[in-house]
Design a protein around this ligand. Structure first.
Ligand SMILES: [Zn+2]
Ligand SMILES: [Zn+2]
Length: 379
């Protein structure tokens, strides 16, 4: 469907982005490149939402479809050894957002060449997907009031699925998440005289075990949820009982009620386990992304388009990982989609220092965008 030299050019953009990764809200070079190409192809380009965001439109009137790509990189030291490896130590495209960007650009070039006969195609190049919530900021700054849309779609490459696989679930796709820090404070003392100090370490240990049991005992066995304590920091000597410990971690869930149960139970356990050891617990609990929940008609449309391309749309379960496209789906019907992108042999996962977007699936992703745009604007 695409000219071979256009595909080669898109892969070259991908490699260029990969060489020059930029973290959330700092994607200035990336944003410049996107806006330059789109302008050249005749898209009406708007810049500045969430700082480095780019929104581009073609066509007129309803229906309006939104296609979103995330553009940010991660603070990881790349270890792929590929020719197009990051030139910036400590930053890399380890989630394939370079691929998402190039995929949507290749589609944009084709859509522009074909023209949009009916309705409006809106491209959303979104900064800061990785834990900074660039989607939330774009929405807060007026993404859908300045550019009203009927439906929005987002794609993530999925190394856990083979190329040719494509998943669009009718409801739950990715989990909601929170982060927490619990500071345990008590009286410190000599390691040989525990009766003279509070049980800061005991509280930290019991708390870590009890918190991780929350989903098993406070949620229905049919309701997914995770509490992971991922950091414990305390102590500085063999013979000193410390006066402070900090536990940190993350929680995941789907339903709003499950999210409330997890937070309430976490607060109660942390307070009670600290008190039982004579300590206090200062709890900083922050909800970050809501759950990414597709609407069924949009998921069905995506499966239909993918099916026409010969992609295998068999269903798989949702992921407990999270995604800030959830903020867009909270506003507008739509679907978040996984494009199978596994490599043969060694297949590093997302956020691995050895991950590199699989260029072999770039044309399929772009073709899906072109076909979906055509179908969704046809009314
Ligand atoms: Zn990621
Ligand atoms: Zn990602």
């Amino acid at each position: 469907m695409f000219d071979q030299d256009h595909i080669a050019e898109a892969i070259a953009w991908r490699h260029d982005l990969h060489r020059h990764p930029e973290l959330g809200f700092e994607e200035h070079r990336t944003s410049e490149m996107i806006a330059g190409l789109l302008t050249g192809w005749g898209w009406r380009v708007h810049r500045g939402l969430a700082g480095t965001g780019v929104v581009a439109q073609m066509g007129q009137g309803a229906p309006v479809i939104g296609l979103r790509a995330d553009i940010d990189a991660l603070p990881i030291l790349e270890a792929t050894g590929v020719a197009h490896a990051s030139t910036i130590p400590g930053k890399m495209h380890a989630c394939g957002h370079d691929g998402h960007t190039a995929m949507l650009l290749l589609a944009a070039r084709k859509i522009a060449a074909e023209g949009v006969e009916q309705g409006t195609v809106t491209l959303i190049f979104q900064p800061a997907e990785e834990s900074e919530g660039g989607a939330r900021v774009m929405v807060e700054q007026g993404l859908f009031t300045q550019f009203p849309m009927d439906r929005v779609f987002g794609i993530h490459n999925w190394p856990g699925l083979a190329p040719g696989r494509f998943v669009a679930r009718d409801d739950k796709m990715m989990a909601a998440f929170s982060v927490f820090d619990i500071e345990i404070l008590g009286k410190g003392g000599h390691g040989a005289m525990p009766e003279q100090s509070d049980g800061v370490i005991a509280a930290a240990g019991r708390m870590a075990a009890a918190l991780q049991e929350i989903p098993a005992r406070a949620l229905s066995p049919l309701e997914p949820g995770v509490v992971s304590v991922t950091q414990i920091h305390s102590g500085s000597a063999y013979n000193v009982c410390p006066d402070r410990a900090v536990l940190s971690g993350t929680c995941r869930w789907f339903g709003a009620e499950a999210g409330d149960i997890i937070e309430n139970r976490l607060r109660r356990i942390a307070t009670a386990e600290a008190a039982a050891q004579g300590c206090t617990a200062d709890i900083d609990y922050q909800r970050r992304y809501p759950a990414t929940i597709n609407t069924a008609p949009e998921a069905a449309l995506a499966r239909e388009v993918a099916g026409e391309m010969g992609l295998d749309t068999a269903m798989v379960g949702p992921s407990m990982a999270s995604e800030d496209f959830a903020f867009m789906l909270n506003e507008v019907p739509g679907a978040y989609l996984w494009l199978g992108a596994a490599r043969e042999g060694e297949n590093p996962g997302l956020h691995s220092a050895k991950f590199d977007f699989n260029d072999a699936v770039l044309p399929a992703g772009a073709e899906f965008w072109v076909r979906l745009a055509r179908r969704a604007t046809a009314g």
